[in-house]
Structure formats: C-alpha cells, structure tokens
Design a binder for this molecule. Structure first.
Ligand code: ADE
Ligand code: ZN
Length: 335
C-alpha cells in the first residue's frame, strides 16, 4: 500500500451501487438479537448489546458458524423475517445501495428447523416490498444450500424452494463449510435449479483452496463466486475467472474477521483487480464482523490505493453483475 488519503465517504455513499453478497440472517444486529430472543423465550448468551458484541468474537469459521446458526434460530415468524429484511434494506439504502441480493439460508430453515418456507418467504418478501415502497430500494433473494448437510438435504431444500418460486427468488447459492464437495453430488441440485430458470452462485475459495472455485464453475455453473480469494493460489483458476468474466463478490472485512487472511494488508483484492477479475464488494454478515457496505469500500480504497474512479468502477461492477433486469441496470447506470 502506498500513501493512503482519506476515504471520500460521501462520494462513496452517493455512488449508486448494489450489494450482492450479504446474508439476511447475518445482517441481524445485536439489539435485534436480544429483542428476538426475548420474544421467543430463547436464552441469550449475554444480557446487553455490549455483551452480545463480546460473544460475537470468534476464533475461526467453525465458531462463527455456531453463532450464525444461533442467530438463525431466533427467526421464527413471518414478522421476524419481514422486520430484519426491512431493517437491513434501510441500512443498505442509507449507504447508497439501490439494490441488494439477500442470501437466505434456506437449508437451515427448511431442513434443520423444518420451518414453513412459505411463511419465511412471505415474511422476507413483505420486508422487501415495504423497503421498495418506502425507500425505492430494489431487492432480490438467493436461497443458499448448505454443503455440510449433504446432497440429499440440498435436493430436499431445493424441492421446497422450487415449489414456490416467488419472482424475487432469482438464484440458488451455496454457503457453509464445504469439506464434502468431492464426495457428494451437489451439481445435480444446481442443474435442477438452472433448469427451473434460476441463476447460480456459490461460496468458494474463502477458506478452501482454488480448486473449490473451479469446482463451483464446472459443477454448479456458478455465475458469480462469493469470496473467491483463494483462487489467487492457482493461475489457471485466476485466468478462468478473468476470461470467463465470472465476478467475485469479495468481503475483506469478513475475510479478516474469519481469519481467512492474517491481516488486511495482505488481502488479495489488489491482485484480483490486477489480474482482471471483476470484483464486487459485499459485507457478508455485517454486524457479526463489525463492518458495513461502505466500510468495505473504505477497505478497498485503502488496500488498492483507489481514486474516485476506482470506487466508481467497483460500484458499476456491482450493478452490472447483479441479477436485476437489463433495463433496470441500464437505468441505474444512466442515473
Ligand atoms: N454463511 C454466512 N456467512 C458465510 C461465509 N462467510 N461463508 C460461508 N457461508 C456463510
Ligand atoms: Zn457469505
């Protein structure tokens, strides 16, 4: 990194931008966690927000996932989902987002909690509609399958998702620990999703090696990769991402919090841009990582010695790579 000048916060806020990598359940802030725990008679790990923030410190991906799934378990009713969707979209709107693609941990709700997906979906959609009506912010949904539950569970979740395809549901994703990708056939689930007209994305190359990224491209037909930072370990995978124009939705703050990188100074974001990979920025699970969409633009500014044009390019990438309609994307670009 060279000399770092002050991040132009208001310039960055004013850029029309999309956030393509944020988990709805990971967007719940500590105050809301306490309200939900109280509402549903669930014992909270701390009595106040500061205590929850303390509890949210983790020492790696497995301990993060324990906390993430505890938050998932706080979400019971359609109202809960409507509230958190609206709350996050309001927050994103304050940061200049015109569009958000919310990942929803569908395998957790459908397979692990055996929840009524119609109720989950109705709640999330109600929150999205209210945010669109109040604030004009656009939003689409990407139900995520969980690799750690295995391929049968992925098909089970997909059956339920495909049975009720709301127009806001535009893609299927994959998120969670991915140790068993080589032993289970998740590709057939992604094939079914594509045949049903859905886009496909996948977490890959976050903690695991570059082959995960190639696997997500080959087996899942992933159109975007969440994270993808470890792709930089294999020049062939880097070349594929660049040549095939597959964007990586990168979240430096998340990578630091989950120790996927030892420090921000050595984050591969500058190398990804230099290699010609299309990058969009996301906040992943913002309150859990004490980050935000704008904070990720600031991280990119510091890491890559960007100027204002560089920030604008990242914002444009996020609009262009979104699954919004071409007309809508053009309208945002022309605004
Ligand atoms: N689910 C929520 N956050 C995630 C992350 N950072 N990686 C994989 N799955 C996730
Ligand atoms: Zn993620």
């Amino acid at each position: 990194m060279g000399d770092v000048t002050d991040f132009p916060t208001e310039f960055a806020r004013a850029l029309p931008k999309a956030e393509l990598h944020v988990h709805l359940e990971g967007s719940v802030d500590p105050a809301t966690m306490l309200v939900l725990a109280e509402r549903h008679g669930i014992e909270a790990p701390a009595a106040n927000e500061a205590g929850i923030r303390e509890w949210l410190r983790f020492d790696g991906f497995p301990s993060f996932l324990e906390r993430y799934f505890w938050v998932c378990g706080l979400l019971k009713t359609a109202d809960d989902f409507a509230h958190i969707a609206h709350a996050y979209l309001s927050h994103a709107h304050e940061q200049g987002a015109v569009h958000v693609e919310l990942h929803v941990s569908s395998s957790y709700h459908i397979v692990e909690r055996e929840a009524d997906w119609s109720e989950v979906l109705a709640g999330v959609v109600a929150g999205c509609e209210r945010a669109e009506a109040d604030l004009g912010i656009s939003s689409l949904l990407i139900p995520d399958l969980s690799p750690h539950l295995g391929a049968d569970a992925a098909h089970q979740a997909l059956d339920v998702v495909l049975a009720e395809l709301h127009p806001r549901v535009v893609g299927i994703g994959m998120g969670g620990p991915a140790d068993n990708w080589r032993t289970e056939d998740f590709g057939s689930a992604f094939r079914r999703a594509r045949e049903a007209g859905l886009h496909t994305v996948s977490h890959a190359g976050e903690h695991g090696p570059a082959w995960e990224v190639a696997h997500a491209l080959d087996e899942f037909g992933a159109e975007r990769i969440q994270h993808g930072i470890r792709a930089m370990g294999d020049p062939d995978v880097v070349a594929r991402l660049a040549e095939e124009g597959v964007a990586c939705d990168v979240c430096p703050g998340s990578n630091l919090a989950l120790a996927a990188v030892p420090s921000l100074d050595v984050h591969p974001l500058p190398a990804m841009l230099d290699a010609g990979i299309t990058v969009t920025l996301g906040s992943d699970d913002p309150p859990l990582f004490a980050t935000s969409l704008l904070a990720e633009y600031e991280n990119a500014w510091n890491l890559c010695d960007l100027d204002e044009d560089g920030l604008r390019d990242l914002a444009i990438n996020s609009l262009v790579e979104s699954f919004a309609s071409t007309d809508q994307i053009e309208a945002w670009l022309d605004a």
